[in-house]
Ligand binder design. Structure first.
Ligand code: UDX
Ligand code: ADP
Length: 466
């Protein structure tokens, strides 16, 4: 089957960039990305490419090339479904906040709504592709809904999890380690798999396109994220030991990373991992393990999250204890709010929890992040519901200029590894601060020696005192 028209439901951090790259690489395919959120769609259509709702290096160029040619963003969901041969579902699957599986299982209500909408609208056979990360065997549920509520047309369900990381999404999409496609072993299933393989084959070498059964594909995505998060928690657990023992976690990471069996990537200690995937996917894995009665397996993976929570609390505790056990009324400036550099996304960012802990201690926070909006920062805190909106706004301000944000601060805490933080005039910052001036580097990006030469007292995560 030759695909001429694609629809993607969900214009978020995954749907938007993924479809932009498919459209760029396959100019003969019409790609329409639809979303219920009209303002998000409007931002994707903005003339000014700096206003795209997702900030990703290089994304503006891709959108510029394809938008209006064969890439369209729209709120006309039913029309796009009707016209498409292939429909990607790329909606959010947050952790459930109610009922059975609350706080653990993925909430599939948006997925189900999509399936029902596709079933209602479709008048010809269609291939439906799961792009969102889903619990294993979700395809079965989607298939049931499509086949039992549809207009008698045939649906093939594929699982095609996305492995892009935010901040490097465009590069990850253009040059993926692998593309994974799961589908039915029937003749029709194999035909659907081939149709999707043919799309990726426009720019991805064949030997990097893996095909599996649907369940393996769904579970592989959860497994990959669990393994990656586990590496971060492992090195973060070691960072605590390094600080106590006088070792340097970066030296340890380098030494173990040179063992080709371990490898050097994903061993950078931090104030804790964030992002929309790691925590959600592990909780989901824990829930799946428990539902199969595999309690020891569930406990094993849960530790990855517990260590991550511990790391965030450890960082805020360190700030409080270093500032003579009280931060009440003291100004602490956060450099960074995003969950990693080069993204405007702050979902599950460690900064949120660290801020919440310090606000509980009545600190006065000022946050500067190069890309995360003020509205989003307050939104993140409001979501926690720890205090009223007014209190959050009283205790926390959002700075537009880093030097202004650091002025009169008792301490600076680095929460995100933005490159620009290393290029600041730290002497000027030191001069403008309250003394003694402290720096807490939760990402290990600053040159501690030169900061100490200026006069700062420094703490770097994972670095024991000499
Ligand atoms: C992750 C997976 O990498 C990606 O394959 C999947 O599709 C989605 O989830 P993402 O969450 O966008 O991607 O970013 P990632 O680079 O994995 O970082 C996640 C978090 O771990 C960030 O908070 C990051 O700062 C942290 N991290 C990562 C570390 O603290 N240390 C590391 O060595 C690597
Ligand atoms: P991700 O990081 O997985 O892309 P996001 O939350 O950034 O997740 O994006 C998911 C998008 O899906 C949101 O813009 C949301 O408005 C959209 N969405 C959710 N449910 C539906 C639906 N039933 N129809 C259309 N769009 C939807």
């Amino acid at each position: 089957m030759k695909i001429k028209s694609i629809c993607c439901i969900g214009a978020g951090y995954v749907g938007g960039p993924t479809m932009a790259v498919i459209a760029q690489k396959c100019p003969h395919i019409k790609v329409t990305v639809v979303d219920v959120n009209a303002s998000r769609v409007a931002s994707w259509n903005a003339k000014d490419l700096t206003q795209l709702p997702v900030f990703e290096p290089g994304l503006d160029e891709v959108v510029k090339e394809a938008r209006g040619r064969n890439l369209f963003f729209s709120t006309a969901i039913e029309q796009a479904i009707d016209q498409a041969d292939m429909i990607f579902i790329s909606v959010n699957t947050p952790t459930k906040t109610y009922g059975k599986g609350k706080g653990m299982a993925a909430d599939l209500k948006y997925i189900e709504l999509c399936a029902r909408q596709i079933a209602k609208v479709a008048k010809q056979d269609k291939i439906v592709v799961e792009k969102s990360t889903l619990p294993v065997r979700t395809a079965e549920a989607i298939k049931n809904i499509l086949n039992n509520t549809g207009n008698g047309v045939q649906f093939q369900i594929l699982s095609n999890p996305e492995f892009l990381a935010e901040g490097t999404a465009v590069q990850d999409l253009l040059n993926p380690d692998r593309v994974l496609i799961g589908g039915d072993t029937t003749k029709e299933g194999q035909g659907a798999i081939q149709a999707l393989v043919d799309i990726y084959a426009h720019w991805v070498p064949q030997d990097r396109i893996l095909t599996t059964n649907v369940w393996s594909s769904e579970l592989s995505k959860l497994t990959a994220n669990a393994f990656l998060a586990q590496r971060v928690s492992s090195i973060n657990a070691m960072s605590a030991i390094c600080e106590q023992s006088g070792a340097d976690v970066n030296e340890v990471a380098k030494a173990i990373g040179m063992d080709s069996r371990i490898g050097s990537k994903f061993l950078k200690t931090s104030v804790g991992f964030g992002g929309s995937c790691f925590q959600k996917d592990i909780l989901n894995l824990v829930y799946i393990a428990k539902s199969y009665g595999l309690n020891e397996v569930a406990d094993y993976w849960e530790q990855v999250i517990l260590i991550n929570e511990h790391q965030k609390n450890r960082f805020s505790d360190k700030i409080v204890s270093t500032l003579y056990n009280t931060v009440s009324g003291k100004k602490i400036t956060f450099l960074g709010w995003a969950f990693k550099k080069d993204t405007n996304d702050s979902r599950e960012s460690a900064a949120i929890k660290v801020a919440d802990n310090l606000l509980n201690e009545l600190a006065h926070l000022t946050v500067y992040d190069p890309k995360v909006t003020e509205e989003r920062i307050y939104g993140d805190l409001e979501y926690l519901n720890s205090r009223s909106e007014e209190e959050n706004r009283e205790l926390l301000t959002v700075g537009k200029d880093p030097y202004e944000a650091c002025k009169d601060a008792h301490a600076i805490a680095v929460l995100t590894e933005w490159d620009e933080f290393t290029t600041y005039d730290w002497e000027q910052i030191y001069e403008s601060m309250n003394k003694p001036a402290f720096v807490f580097d939760g990402r290990g990006i600053l040159d501690t020696e030169s900061l100490e030469a200026i006069g700062f007292t420094c703490y770097t995560i994972g670095k024991g005192s000499k």
